[in-house]
Design a protein around this ligand. Structure first.
Ligand SMILES: NC(=O)c1ccc[n+]([C@@H]2O[C@H](COP(=O)([O-])OP(=O)(O)OC[C@H]3O[C@@H](n4cnc5c(N)ncnc54)[C@H](OP(=O)(O)O)[C@@H]3O)[C@@H](O)[C@H]2O)c1
Length: 334
């Protein structure tokens, strides 16, 4: 099969289109013929080598974290899927590689694709959908009437998270620039702040939840400051915490590193009487099933910026790296 490979780590490295063996199918796996693959900044960060410490992939390996496609083979113990099923998934870490014609995925990571979505639309959902679900449902347990601040509402995560937070009954504030205000209003944002001309930290106060995705240190501090007592900030961009290190089974010395890295954010949060969480989303077919229901009910709609051809996978990554995409970027593999 054809696949896009990370041959060596580096910011200037491109993925290489090569012939690669079709992956083996273990007893709990389904082999998925890839029709589309969503593109995430994570793909670029992994290629750059920025995640080497936490996710030590050894080049050469196939990149790509989101998939929609058709099951073509099943392992002997697979019980939920059959050949021909249309599915989507964010495969588990260490088993990624969706920029390819086939991928073998543990059935626990997979869900049936929403019937009302095209393959391109479905491939855009898993990683950002699960991130939003794990932040707003699993960690924050957002309740009706709560105030939620979702940064970068026009991005891949933001466009999903706004719709989910609205479904959960929250009042949603978000940031974006002028050209995207209409977009975030259309998907339900109640209060839109143009981050280029307005300062969110002077406008928002007494929030219950912040979904934090901005890498500037000052923005993290300001975001903690808009929470009410008992409020929660869920950071998607670090600093990683010892709880995260524990969850993914990092050795003691890396746990210690995360303790040092997160000390200041945790201390600030404690002083303000709020909670700081770091989330690194994980694969989870059961949660994806819940997301399928919301999409089929018309409650959440995919927002797609651009679809690139398989051959243009590197261009798709470069586009995502600009940080200007409106919703999701997808590679059409078939
Ligand atoms: N930890 C995890 O599990 C996890 C999961 C998913 C994503 N992430 C991280 O979360 C971040 C967001 O991911 P994403 O996929 O949503 O990114 P994205 O789709 O690339 O976000 C692009 C959007 O961000 C907006 N934006 C850029 N700078 C902004 C600013 N200063 N304030 C407000 N909006 C701004 C842009 O709007 P304008 O063009 O109007 O500026 C654009 O629409 C990334 O750093 C990603 O790596 C982490």
């Amino acid at each position: 099969m054809k696949a896009f490979i990370v041959k060596s780590y580096g910011k200037k490295e491109k993925l290489h289109l090569e012939d690669w063996a079709v992956p083996t199918v273990n007893e709990n796996d389904v082999l998925v013929q890839v029709h589309s693959a969503g593109v995430n900044l994570l793909d670029s960060l992994i290629r750059n080598g920025e995640f080497k410490l936490f996710l030590p992939y050894k080049p050469p390996f196939i990149n790509g974290h989101d998939v929609a496609g058709i099951v073509t083979k099943i392992g002997s113990k697979v019980s939920k899927f059959k050949v021909g099923d249309e599915v989507y998934a964010r495969p588990s870490d260490h088993r990624v590689g969706t920029f390819a014609e086939y991928i073998s995925i543990d059935e626990k990571d997979v869900a049936l694709k929403p019937k009302n979505l095209s393959m391109e639309e479905a491939g855009s959902i898993p990683l950002v959908g699960l991130t939003s679900w794990q932040a707003l449902v699993e960690i924050a347990n957002v309740k009706k009437g709560q105030k939620v601040f979702i940064q970068a509402g026009s991005g891949g995560v933001g466009t999903f998270a706004i719709q989910l937070a609205k479904y959960l009954g929250a009042f949603v504030a978000t940031t974006t620039s002028a050209k995207n205000i209409e977009l975030v209003k259309n998907i339900g944002a109640d209060l839109v702040i143009d981050y280029k001309t307005q300062d969110f930290s002077k406008i928002l106060k007494d929030y219950d939840v912040v979904l934090h995705s901005n890498r500037e240190k000052i923005v993290l501090e300001q975001s903690l400051g808009i929470l009410k007592k008992g409020g929660q900030l869920i950071s998607l961009v670090g600093p990683p915490t010892p709880e995260f290190a524990q969850e993914i089974g990092l050795p003691w010395h890396l746990k210690f590193v995360t303790k040092l890295l997160s000390a200041s954010a945790k201390k600030k949060a404690e002083k303000l009487g709020v909670k700081f969480h770091f989330l690194f989303m994980r694969a989870e077919g059961k949660q994806l099933n819940e997301i399928t229901k919301l999409i089929e009910a018309g409650i959440i709609k995919p927002i797609i910026d651009k679809v690139f051809s398989f051959e243009q996978t590197n261009e798709a990554l470069t586009y995502v790296e600009t940080g200007r995409s409106r919703g999701k970027v997808v590679v059409k593999v078939r």
